[in-house]
Design a protein around this ligand. Structure first.
Ligand code: GAP
Length: 476
């Protein structure tokens, strides 16, 4: 499996992802998407948006990031959205206490001490309060990975929401938060969408947007960051139907990742042992990253937790009236909550491939290729003049301008043709079109397929039709 450092290095070298504010030494837990990264990110979001909102029972919205502070009291984030934090007095390193214990359990398992590992794991699964985590760390003498000492402070709860102030006065009454999940923007708009659309239960509301969490430890590139993007959908249902809808959405979301090209064997469901404060049942879709299995999307059964609390805190009725059965109730919710940026990393890792090929001189060389789904690849096609003379550049330039009306296309005329193919393979461009001597005689070009490296010759006038066929007909 590819190493994470290889992915990070490719991402930087080719303009997918840069460290945030790099010239100032970077900002921990924040990343910038470069010229190719932004295209790929937009493509992932577009495929999700299509799969969610190009159907009759789901509407899309785009709510603001700053929300009324009472939102977070009602949702439970002000009181419960915290992680247990512990400091080592010798190394001064700070950890999430549950992550420290989890890493220790992994170390024990690697050493074959499975009984002890399972004993600690059982205790960790039932830990809730800071003292529970502290007792595990002290009882099992879990050492600081840096100093090796057990010189620990007490465990304290640390709220993950970023605070700021709205307006010119910085006092308690002007505190607002950067949203820690996009979901609440959907809940507070439930009634607005219901009243302004013709939807009836069951129906969903989908949204893509930024979320912010002041994570204690960021790690593994885009996996745990402080600013990230989510693609979330809340599906409002009749109480009592949650099991059937949970199963439905669980399967749908898994299918989406597979249809977008992720290898099925690197995807997994994992049931939550520890539930978030809003959920009564939850499952993760996990991807096998170079550092191990990690959640990329959560499917949660949220009952009427959020709508009931918003009804209580706002004093506004958030019930649904079923005109057929004459019933009035607060809907239950099944939530699908995917990380755009975390999925982006999964797509990159999954697509990365290396193979030995023979170059034009007959020598064996390494080919790095991103086998991205054609609709996720940042560039769809590249156009090359074989040589920079005999009218080929002019022809290729014209073709490029024509094709860019329908697809994202790049023009490249520098270096040997083999090197140009390699450059496009490395960023996942599915098709390369070459204009050569024959083109000027019979108007045909070669089209090379990224994965098979097989070339076909087609009439340039048929290229638009070729791409229309290649880029449509997928289901998501
Ligand atoms: N609305 C429910 C919710 O936010 P979550 O499991 O906390 O649930 C959902 O987050 C998804 O958001 C995760 O599966 C992950 O993909 C992404 N995510 C959460 N925290 C993240 C972080 N610190 N960095 C990057 N992605 C994150």
């Amino acid at each position: 499996m590819v190493k994470l450092e290889t992915i990070i290095s490719l991402a930087k070298r080719r303009g997918f992802v840069f460290q945030s504010s790099e010239i100032y030494g970077g900002l921990n837990g924040c990343w910038d998407f470069g010229q190719l990264g932004v295209e790929m990110l937009r493509n992932i979001k577009e495929l999700w948006w299509r799969s969610m909102t190009y159907r009759k029972d789901i509407e899309g919205i785009d709510a603001s990031i700053l929300m009324h502070p009472r939102t977070w009291d009602a949702s439970g984030h002000t009181s419960k959205f915290s992680d247990p934090m512990i400091d080592n007095k010798t190394s001064k390193a700070r950890y999430r206490a549950d992550n420290l214990i989890e890493d220790y359990i992994d170390t024990l398992k690697r050493k074959g001490k499975n009984d002890l590992a399972y004993e600690i794991e059982t205790k960790l699964n039932s830990a809730e309060e800071p003292l529970d985590y502290y007792k595990i760390i002290i009882d099992y003498k879990i050492p600081d990975p840096i100093s090796g000492t057990c010189d620990w402070t007490e465990v304290r709860n640390f709220n993950l929401m970023f605070k700021t102030f709205i307006g010119p006065v910085e006092d308690q009454s002007s505190v607002v938060y950067l949203r820690p999940e996009s979901a609440q923007g959907i809940f507070v708009n439930f009634k607005n969408v219901l009243d302004s659309s013709r939807q009836k239960i069951p129906f969903g509301i989908a949204q893509i947007g930024k979320a912010f969490r002041n994570e204690i430890n960021t790690k593994n590139f885009l996996f745990r960051t402080r600013e990230f993007e989510q693609m979330e959908m809340q599906y409002f249902i009749k109480p009592g139907t949650e099991i059937e809808w949970f199963e439905y959405w669980k399967e749908e979301r898994m299918k989406w990742f597979v249809n977008c090209g992720i290898k099925a064997e690197r995807l997994n469901f994992k049931k939550h042992e520890k539930l978030a404060h809003y959920a009564n049942y939850a499952i993760d879709i996990e991807y096998e990253f170079p550092f191990g299995w990690g959640e990329i999307e959560g499917i949660h059964s949220r009952t009427d937790f959020d709508l009931s609390n918003h009804q209580q805190f706002s004093g506004k009725k958030l019930e649904y009236f079923d005109a057929v059965t004459n019933e009035r109730y607060i809907p239950y919710v099944i939530e699908t909550s995917g990380g755009v940026t975390r999925s982006f990393m999964a797509f990159l890792c999954d697509a990365y491939d290396e193979e030995d090929i023979q170059n034009e001189d007959g020598k064996i060389e390494k080919r790095v290729v991103l086998r991205l789904h054609p609709l996720i690849a940042p560039i769809t096609a590249a156009v090359f003049p074989l040589v920079n003379k005999e009218g080929m550049p002019e022809y290729a330039e014209k073709l490029f301008l024509d094709l860019q009306k329908i697809i994202r296309v790049r023009y490249d005329s520098s270096g040997a043709i083999g090197r140009r193919y390699r450059r496009q393979d490395e960023v996942g461009t599915p098709y390369c079109i070459t204009v050569d001597g024959q083109t000027l005689q019979d108007n045909t070009v070669t089209v090379r397929d990224r994965d098979s490296m097989y070339q076909i010759r087609i009439n340039a006038d048929n290229l638009k039709q070729f791409f229309l066929e290649k880029l449509t007909g997928y289901t998501f």
